[in-house]
Design a binder for this molecule. Structure first.
Ligand code: PBG
Ligand code: ZN
Length: 322
């Protein structure tokens, strides 16, 4: 008889044949920096996650550096919003100031800058609105301006999350033209129009004031189209390809892992985090085991990089287990 159980007899044997692992090196931690002073506001739907003002952020930064996490994904929450998202490409905007502050204090921590207009526009859409639609080509120069502005502030990786067509190539050219040819692009390539972003929009104050994001973010039933999005971004010069959300879209990640040798990232988003935290708080699930199982699932599906709000906890649990 073929006895599959021979290789499961004890933990040492299981360790020996284990195919997938999670390391602190895999993690990127999203952070919210709000314009203002003395702010540490809890995000209600995301227990453990706060909005920080720059002057209070040292506390969290120390935890991140101590945990050994390679990088953070930074989201700025500005005071002023307007139709064109001007604060997004203000060299002295909240995001740019936060990046400079962090790179001064923790120069080796990678700072990934999310590039999108929705946190900065009065209407909350990811691009410029013309006739109640988000205008693709008019948005591209503004995204490029933001990319160059955050690169000047010291960002190591640019992560466009807007889902406009052609933005990777446009941003690449703008970065190269300004002397930033060494700054990598991590593209939110297959980003679905998902209900899983709900808690994030509370945190970043970025919910659209009218309509939804379905004319630019992807339709959840479309797996093949997701592959086209990823392949387009590879052709346009993206260095890292991302799938988002994570757990409900691991089929897309897995398929891309067969098709490309580019590093793949997956974004374990706010709604996925909120669901785990809520059930854990009720005592209905074992938080650590559920989170680690989710981490393994993302790695097994082909992720090289996992962007997750659980990053500090995961880093701590990995240390505890040694
Ligand atoms: C901005 C952006 C969003 C997220 C990352 N960048 C929200 C959105 O597209 O509405 C979602 C992250 C999360 O839910 O954790 N474009
Ligand atoms: Zn956006």
């Amino acid at each position: 008889m073929i006895r599959m159980r021979r290789l499961r007899v004890n933990e040492t044997m299981r360790r020996l044949v284990r195919e997938t692992s999670v390391s602190v090196d895999d993690l990127l931690y999203p952070v919210f920096i709000e314009e203002g002073e003395d702010i540490k506001t809890p995000v209600e739907s995301m227990p453990g996650i706060y909005k920080w003002s720059i002057d209070r952020f040292d506390e969290e930064l120390a935890r991140i550096v101590e945990a050994g996490i390679p990088g953070i994904l930074i989201f700025g929450v500005p005071k002023k919003k307007d139709e064109f998202g001007s604060e997004a490409y203000n060299d002295n905007g909240i995001t740019q100031r936060a990046i400079r502050y962090i790179k001064e204090r923790a120069p080796r921590l990678l700072v990934v800058a999310d590039v999108c207009l929705c946190e900065y526009t009065s209407h909350g859409h990811c691009g410029v609105v013309c006739d109640h639609d988000v205008a693709n080509d008019e948005t591209l120069p503004l995204l490029a301006k933001m990319a160059v502005s955050v690169a000047k502030a010291g960002a190591d990786i640019i992560a466009p999350s807007d889902m406009m067509d052609g933005r990777v190539e446009y941003i690449r050219e703008a970065l190269d033209g300004e002397g930033f040819s060494n700054i990598a692009i991590m593209a939110y390539s297959a980003k679905f129009a998902s209900a899983y972003y709900g808690p994030f929009r509370e945190a970043a104050d970025s919910a659209p004031a009218f309509g939804d994001r379905k004319t630019y973010q992807m339709d959840p039933p479309n797996g093949r189209e997701a592959i086209r999005e990823c392949e387009n971004d590879i052709d346009e010069g993206a260095d890292i390809i991302m799938v988002k959300p994570a757990l409900a879209y691991l089929d897309v990640l897995k398929e891309m892992s067969f098709r490309t040798d580019h590093p793949l990232a997956v974004y374990n988003v706010s709604g996925e985090y909120a669901m785990v935290k809520a059930a854990a708080k009720k005592g209905w699930i074992d938080e650590k085991r559920i989170v680690m199982e989710n981490m393994i699932a993302m790695k097994r599906a082909g992720a090289r990089i996992v962007i997750t709000y659980h990053a500090l906890d995961v880093a701590r649990w990995l240390k505890d287990d040694i």
